[in-house]
Design a protein around this ligand. Structure first.
Ligand code: PMP
Ligand code: GLU
Length: 402
């Protein structure tokens, strides 16, 4: 029978983003007047700093309301090059940079421009939910390389070697990581370097959380390891997390001109430039005062130091100490296989998260969405009051399982 709205085969194997889905469910419950504490989306609770908003207001008043260059205004791309130079000592020209509608869009453009059917991309697990689906959308094949909490959730050379085949084109490195908060120091990156260089893998370095590191940890950009690594690395970064600018939809990729040109062609035939006003704000973010960034980072760190011990105090729960980002990723597998007071079986982490939301009134994301069944993710980019009350609710709901 004819089906006018038959959906393309391309979408058949693509799941909705579970981080966004959990957040939407919590918002719906709240709209119904139900008091839910949300640890769902990784989104800072802070407002965008005022000087950044001012720049957008000024751009609007000055009539900066037209199309810009597809890749972003020259002024913004130059500001990004300056930032890459001062932050990492990396040298890029403005024509090696593409500004897109979020780092998510940058990654999508990248995989679309790079991959052919059958090309494989190594993705260390636990991974951010969108990488495997984006690779699949681009016709590629995600190859999941497991990491172990005992090894700090860092990819070992052995696990990378086991994941590599003759079809491997790229590896995704996300440091600090969503969802674990694990971050690669120089030694951890050096351990992977020989394999990456020998096989000439493209390093997709998702640096979106690089400013949010805590304690003594110092972020290391993989391209700084060697000239060869510099020639293989594509830097992906953005404004959403460190500048509290999730809704502005701004991100960028910097890499070899040939790849950036192909990504720009795709963007020019799909979405064109990022909103002109947002681009003006992005320049102000990169060139303006940085105290506000430090304040937000310190506050995230304070929350980290509250949420992790509280989670660890729940019987049967272990929790890795994150070095960056704003996620706690406890192992709740001790609670799987139990029964809720209402009788439903907690068969897996998805059922557990449903129970925690429906009964416990606390929204957390199941680890299976990140390739880590038995774990759950809590974003601590929320107020201290929500953290303490929310973890109490979590503990009570878990204690009610039999
Ligand atoms: N990479 C990672 C690891 C993320 O957690 C996010 C958060 N959404 C993104 C990329 C994309 O961020 P955005 O599109 O808001 O820049
Ligand atoms: N990256 C954030 C998260 O993991 C925002 C939602 C999304 O884009 O996945 O929660």
């Amino acid at each position: 029978m004819n089906d006018p709205f038959r959906i393309s085969r391309r979408l058949a194997d693509i799941k909705p983003s579970i981080t966004l889905a959990v957040t939407a469910r919590a918002a719906r419950l709240r709209a119904d007047g139900i008091d839910v504490i949300g640890f769902g989306a990784g989104e800072p609770d802070f407002d965008t700093p005022e000087h950044i908003k001012d720049a957008a207001r000024r751009a609007l008043a000055a009539g900066e309301t037209k199309y810009t260059h597809v890749a972003g205004t020259l002024a913004l791309r130059q500001a990004i090059c300056n930032e890459l130079s001062s932050a990492h000592g990396l040298s890029f020209g403005p024509d090696a940079v593409l500004v897109s509608a979020g780092a998510k869009h940058s990654l999508y453009n990248l995989f679309m421009a790079l991959l052919d059917p059958g090309d494989e991309v190594v993705i260390p697990a636990p991974y951010w939910v969108s990488y495997p689906d984006m690779v699949k959308l681009a016709g590629g094949t995600p190859v999941i390389a497991p990491t172990r909490v005992e090894e700090g959730f860092l990819l070992s050379p052995a696990a990378l070697a086991a994941a590599i085949t003759p079809r491997t084109r790229a590896i995704v490195l996300n440091s600090p990581s969503n969802p674990t908060g694990a971050a690669y120091d120089r030694a951890a990156l050096e351990a992977l370097r020989p394999l990456i260089e020998e096989r000439e893998l493209v390093v997709v370095s998702d640096d979106i959380y690089r400013r949010l590191v805590y304690g003594d940890f110092r972020f290391v950009q993989p391209a700084t390891l060697s000239p060869k690594m510099a020639s293989l690395t594509v830097v992906v970064d953005g404004w959403s997390k460190a500048y509290a600018m999730t809704g502005w939809r701004l991100g960028f990729a910097a890499g070899p001109k040939r790849l950036i040109d192909a990504m720009s062609t795709l963007q020019g035939q799909s979405t064109s430039n990022v909103t002109s006003i947002a681009q003006a704000a992005a320049i102000a973010a990169l060139t303006g005062p940085t105290e506000c960034l430090d304040e937000m980072r310190h506050e995230f760190d304070r929350r980290r130091q509250v949420i992790v011990p509280r989670l660890r105090a729940i019987p049967g729960v272990t929790c890795f100490e994150p070095q960056g980002a704003f996620y706690a990723f406890p192992d709740l597998s001790a609670y799987l296989g139990r029964r809720a007071p209402g009788g439903q079986a907690i068969v897996d982490d998805v059922a557990l998260c449903d129970y925690l939301l429906d009964v416990g009134r606390v929204a957390v994301v199941p680890g299976s969405g990140f390739g880590a069944p038995g774990f759950v993710r809590l974003s601590y980019a929320t107020s201290m009051a929500a953290i303490t009350r929310g973890v109490d609710r979590l503990a009570d709901a878990l204690a009610a399982l039999s």
